[in-house]
Design a protein around this ligand. Sequence first.
Ligand SMILES: Nc1ncnc2c1ncn2[C@@H]1O[C@H](COP(=O)(O)OP(=O)(O)O)[C@@H](O)[C@H]1O
Ligand SMILES: O=P(O)(O)O[C@H]1O[C@H](CO)[C@@H](O[C@H]2O[C@H](CO)[C@@H](O)[C@H](O)[C@H]2O)[C@H](O)[C@H]1O
Length: 469
Amino acid sequence: MRKVVSPRPSGHTPAHLLISLADMLRAWLPEQRWFAGKGRRVTELTLLSVTELHPACLHLLVRTGRSSSASAPDDCYQLFLGVGEVLPPRLAHARIGRASEGPLAGLTVYDALQEPRSADLLLERLRTAGTAGPLRFERDPKVSVPAGLAPRLLDAEQSNSSLVYGDAYILKVFRRVQPGVNPDLEVPWALARQGCTRVPAPVAWFRTSEPQAATLGVLQPFLPDAVDGWTLALEALTAGRHFTDEAYELGRATAEVHVALAAAFALGAPAGHGSRRLAAAMTARLEATSRAVPELLPHVEGLRGAFDELAVLDSGRPVQRIHGDLHLGQVLWAGERWSVIDFEGEPARPVAERRQPQSPVRDVAGMLRSFDYAARSRHPWRPEWARRCRDAYCAGYAAQARWDPRAQPELLRAYETDRAVYEALYEARHRPDWLPVPMAAIARLAQQHPASSGGPHTPVPSFHSAQGG
Ligand SMILES: Nc1ncnc2c1ncn2[C@@H]1O[C@H](COP(=O)(O)OP(=O)(O)O)[C@@H](O)[C@H]1O
Ligand SMILES: O=P(O)(O)O[C@H]1O[C@H](CO)[C@@H](O[C@H]2O[C@H](CO)[C@@H](O)[C@H](O)[C@H]2O)[C@H](O)[C@H]1O
């Protein structure tokens, strides 16, 4: 590969480089799973920082502005771009485009995370720690990561990109970058200090100081032979088996993590969320989401009922740090026990909000919604399967935590509703074919409230027809 011009030393500013990259990135970004806003055009593109990691690999932070901007704020994405004269056929799938003008004119640009050489380099940087421009590579000095572990990029449907090294470590590269410390570094690190073994502990990470301080990636031990809860639940459904033993153990694991989280992030004084304020925030989110996802509009009044019921319970609710995006895809069965991963929280929310203490019932609701998701995504729909999972999960949680989430039905229902609304937004943005899954729950939740019982019948959308199955 021809040596790529070093952007800064040779005087090429990000603005120069953008001449080469703008068109191809505008076309490529919306195609990526981790791009928040699939199908929308990137109308504006700004290069926020460019760092040469090696002559043929550039680290970029780009800011995108999107069409229909009212519902889609600007986002910052992390990219690793490989640049060379000829792209080897084995990297054809990683191709982003060929620059026709600017400093990279005539060169081919590709996603360097898909290339072993760049992945090796990234591990080497993390192993040894140090800096590269505004990038800081840091590690736990007590852990020594071996050199030369073979990399592979996970092809899982993800919000980020993950590289597995020698089946010993996994590096999560955050794609959508927000200012501040990422909870997916902060929380597992704190839990490890707390002695909690349900969460793989970070061994190295990297961050940037430009344009603002932000976490960019985290290396953790890889759990070999792990199977995620979503896969196991679907296997059980397909085989016509219940999932109650697994759900019970999952409830216990969740409670164990919650107890460790409460200890790791002690609030100093007992804290609570006023129900009225919480209900108002949920209602505001519902209204904002219904503007972005018009399918929600017929259900807004009914859903609001769940939040109104919460608002009139004027007692405070205990809060603490929680997982924030708990679902079956975030739990791994490995070594005969459940582990919990991905403490990033809901990627669409600002990091500052995700780090706020919240009721642990919110995580419980996330997992209950996930049992419903699994049941809804298989034909025939088996509501009884999901109901048994719910009961077993809550029973396992209660056995470990010594309080039962079902004892607070209004709070649980409000959080399930809030989660279903979030899911509708997530699916509309990332996987429109899946939108009928949360919409089915939304129709059901909206009809549970008396305010909606006299209203026009809203047909429950079918996931299977949307999937053509
Ligand atoms: N420590 C780990 N050990 C084994 N597999 C893991 C580990 N961490 C993540 N994975 C795998 O990577 C997938 C994506 O990880 P996750 O942290 O959920 O990324 P994202 O936030 O991009 O969805 C998981 O579903 C799981 O299959
Ligand atoms: O990428 P993350 O795992 O951080 O989470 C996001 O993507 C999830 C989908 O991959 C999404 O989860 C929804 O779909 C799951 C099945 O694929 C289901 O288990 C979850 O219950 C459902 O919420 C998650 O909401 C989103 O934040």
